[in-house]
Design a protein around this ligand. Structure first.
Ligand code: XMP
Length: 317
């Protein structure tokens, strides 16, 4: 029978034996998986683990500062890297979703590699890969290679001659959360919705600019805070906003406006492989829509996505 305590004890023992006196480097994303994986590794080998948390400029509003703070409180040895400009520069003019993913993945590896090289004698790369990631990345290699490339799985560049340690690669998300709670990781991290590695980069349809990121961060912040304030956040697997590459006509006072449209999305799921749109209360949607249009400059229309997966995907890109 699987219990989180048994899993933790045996995993920590395995990690100790496997890693010994070696050093491990690991990228943290602020998400549940990498946080739980890092905590397990930290339990096993303490400060032989160095974590790297990269600000790619595509995170949620205030996310970098808040999450970095939580990690420090958890006792993790973590380096925060502000690489926003490197990412924006690499993304300039890119509109194709896969091209954007590749650029984000490539810059992440460059930034991460720079940091890893500063640690003397590191032998291992820690990863927060969970079981469904393993399955999805296998299907990417299949004959219909049109499925999105999940840049944060596998795919180690040759120049990083590190062995991989993935303590969660047999677990599903709900098990990861159970383990995280048993490890007493704060609920703001454990209960967090999944968030894609490329972040807002694949929620801004078309090309990415710092200004668009700022707009979407404000929209997303109002939506997510609203879900939390109305007790809806925990009933949703994943939620977010998409900034659409179109403008629509609106009216403000006597003036005609021609501004951006955002789409809100909230889905229920167990593993992200299939998902149903959530029937959020109309009153809630109305309130959030008003708040967004009144408060976020440059947005004059809000729509709600009522598509399920399949055939739609959770993300729009
Ligand atoms: P889709 O859009 O394929 O998303 O239904 C399924 C789950 O995967 C996340 N997702 C990604 N995660 N890198 C990631 O790390 C990616 O490129 C990526 N694309 C989608 C998505 O947020 C959802 O949880």
């Amino acid at each position: 029978d699987w219990t989180s305590d048994v899993f933790i004890d045996s995993t920590v023992a395995d990690l100790k034996e496997k890693i010994g006196a070696d050093k491990v480097v690991m990228g943290l994303s602020g998400g549940v998986d990498s946080s739980v994986a890092a905590t397990l590794i930290h339990r096993a080998i303490g400060d032989q683990l160095t974590c790297v948390f990269v600000d790619n400029g595509l995170l949620r509003k205030n996310e970098f500062e808040e999450v970095l703070d939580s990690y420090k409180h958890m006792g993790l040895n973590v380096i925060g890297v502000d690489a926003k400009d490197r990412f924006y520069k690499a993304l300039e003019g890119l509109t194709d979703p896969e091209a954007k993913r590749k650029a984000i993945g490539r810059v992440f590896i460059e930034v991460f590699d720079d940091e890893a090289h500063k640690i003397e004698g590191v032998k291992w790369l820690g990863q927060g890969t969970i079981y469904p990631d393993v399955i999805e990345s296998v299907s990417v290699k299949g004959p219909s290679a049109t499925i999105k490339s999940h840049h944060n799985v596998g795919g180690l560049p040759d120049f990083m001659k590190l062995s991989v340690v993935e303590p969660l690669n047999t677990l599903f998300k709900d098990e990861v959360r159970e383990v995280g709670r048993a490890l007493e990781i704060v609920e703001t991290i454990i209960g967090r919705h999944p968030f894609p590695g490329p972040g807002l980069g694949i929620r801004i349809l078309g090309d990415i600019t710092a200004e668009k990121v700022k707009t979407l961060q404000e929209v997303d912040y109002i939506f997510i805070k609203g879900l939390k304030d109305h007790g809806l956040y925990d009933q949703v697997w994943q939620a977010g906003a998409m900034l659409l590459p179109i403008q629509s006509v609106g009216v403000m006072g006597d003036e005609r406006t021609y501004e951006k449209v955002v789409a809100l999305r909230a889905v229920g799921s167990v593993d992200g492989m299939t998902a149903d749109w959530i029937h959020l209360p109309y009153e809630f949607l109305g309130k959030i829509s008003n708040e967004i249009i009144n408060r976020v400059k440059g947005v004059n229309r809000v729509v709600y996505d009522i598509s399920s997966k399949p055939p739609a995907t959770i993300e729009w890109e």
